[in-house]
Design a protein around this ligand. Structure first.
Ligand SMILES: [Zn+2]
Length: 85
C-alpha cells in the first residue's frame, strides 16, 4: 500500500487530486502510477474532460485548458499548481 498504487486506488485518488485534496506524498504516488499505467492515463483524460477541465477553468480562468491539450502538459500544469500551494 505504501509503495505501489493500484488502479483502483488511483481512480479514488483522481477525484481528490482534481479537487486539490491530495497531499504531496499522495500526489507523488499518483504521478508514479500515471507514468507507468497507460490505462489510467486514458482514464484521467476522460475524467478531466467530463469533470476536471471545467473545474480547472474555474480555478485558473487565464490559463484555460482546451480538451485537446497534450496530457503531459495538463499534468505539468496540475503539478505546478500543487507545488505552489
Ligand atoms: Zn492504473
Amino acid at each position: 500500500m505504501e509503495s505501489k498504487l493500484s488502479c483502483r486506488e488511483f481512480v479514488e485518488f483522481l477525484a481528490d487530486h482534481l479537487g486539490g485534496g491530495l497531499s504531496v506524498a499522495q500526489l507523488a504516488r499518483f504521478n508514479v502510477h500515471l507514468a507507468r499505467c497507460p490505462a489510467c492515463v486514458d482514464y484521467t483524460r476522460a475524467y478531466r474532460q467530463a469533470v476536471g477541465l471545467s473545474r480547472s477553468a474555474l480555478l485558473c480562468p487565464d490559463d484555460q485548458v482546451p480538451g485537446d491539450v497534450p496530457e503531459d502538459l495538463v499534468r505539468a500544469i496540475l503539478e505546478a499548481r500543487e507545488e505552489t500551494r
